[in-house]
Design a binder for this molecule. Structure first.
Ligand code: COI
Length: 356
């Protein structure tokens, strides 16, 4: 029996719990943790393979104080979303891409990783067991957070002797407090997020801790988030703390190329394909910060942020604004195609969605 069949059995046995909608206020969901019913756990030893995981009640986990993830940051995470369709079925978006990205990250971080099948089946199982937490159509999505961590004890610096793969979920709405309104970014030119040869190109937990200082300072000044520059020339765009960036000029949409220091976003990759299918020319290249000055539009992409229009960018005290108030036309068009695909409202010619 596949783990997925187990999930069906398990969620059947909790059918009243799994089939109805959770009793929460579904309007105005933000991006904060709402505890749900189940999480998925699977363990394996260093040098071994993940074999059998299981669902358990969502709650705190126990870790040795000497766990590799706590002491040396040996950990990765992923993010993907499930949407409820009008017919009640649930859609996942490109889960195998997250599985592959976790495997690439695990190689960089000296960790064993679940196979693509194990990852995708575990995601399906977790979503089905928490089905009542998938928001009604149009109210948001279920954010799925897979984690891979060195959970075994180490004292000297070395890969941990044991690993835990865990998935938890939470219903979410808009990521930024601005909602769907444009965000205001500030370019950071002293602190950097990633270095060549470092871990910027994988989704390791430390990449996100590294941005908190600049992000907190920016938020204290009223900005929504920080846009990072490359650390060598201090001139080329990299990414925003939690998402990738795109710059629009006429029919050309440019985005920083994947070269090891920026995260290869799955929404980024999808938007590039969607934009090309809509007749735009998309360039993946070095994008000098100066190009922000005469861009028509700027927008960010990510699983959590989806497609977020940028209203202004401040660089060395100079503020450039885009549009009047609202989405730029290009960001609007791409957002609309992508989200209609993710929600099952248009034909999925790309074969990106997985129906549960
Ligand atoms: C996502 O978009 O899923 C991410 O992993 C970014 C995170 C900082 C919320």
């Amino acid at each position: 029996k596949s783990p997925f069949e187990n999930a069906a059995v398990l969620s059947d046995s909790y059918s009243s719990e799994a089939s109805e909608l959770a009793d929460i206020e579904w309007d105005n969901l933000g991006f904060g943790l709402l505890p749900t019913d189940y999480m998925y756990m699977m363990k394996c030893s260093q040098g071994g393979n993940f074999s059998k995981g299981e669902l358990q009640r969502f709650g705190n986990i126990e870790l040795n104080p000497s766990a590799g993830v706590l002491n040396y940051g040996q950990g990765l995470f992923e993010g993907l979303k499930a949407y409820r369709k009008e017919d009640g079925n649930i859609l996942l978006f490109r889960p195998e891409e997250n599985a592959l990205r976790m495997r690439q990250g695990a190689e960089r971080m000296c960790m064993p990783a679940p196979t693509v099948d194990q990852f995708v089946e575990a995601v399906k199982e977790t979503v089905l067991a928490n089905k009542r937490w998938v928001p009604p159509p149009g109210k948001g999505s279920l954010y799925i957070r897979p984690l891979l961590m060195g959970s075994g004890a180490v004292l000297g610096l070395a890969p941990a002797p044991e690993y835990t793969f865990l998935i938890y979920v939470s219903p979410v709405g808009n990521y930024f407090k601005e909602g769907v309104a444009p965000i205001n970014l500030i370019v950071e030119h002293e602190l950097h997020r990633a270095t060549p040869g470092g871990t910027g190109g994988v989704k390791t937990i430390g990449n996100y801790a590294a941005v908190l200082k600049a992000q907190s300072a920016a938020k204290a000044k009223g900005y929504s988030d920080v846009l990072y520059l490359d650390c060598v020339h201090k001139k080329y765009l990299e990414e925003v703390s939690s998402c990738n960036i795109f710059v629009v000029k006429g029919n050309v949409i440019s985005t920083p190329a994947i070269k090891g220091t920026i995260l290869p976003g799955i929404t980024r990759k999808s938007i590039i394909d969607v934009a090309r299918s809509q007749g735009f020319q998309v360039e993946e290249r070095f994008v000098p910060v100066d190009e922000l000055l005469d861009a028509d539009e700027v927008f960010c992409t990510g699983t959590a942020v989806v497609v977020s229009p940028v209203g202004s960018i401040t660089y060395k005290g100079k503020r450039v604004s885009y549009g009047v108030d609202g989405f730029g036309a290009v960001a609007q068009q791409l957002y609309s195609v992508l989200t209609r695909l993710q929600m099952g409202l248009i034909d999925d010619k790309m074969d990106w969605t997985v129906e549960l």
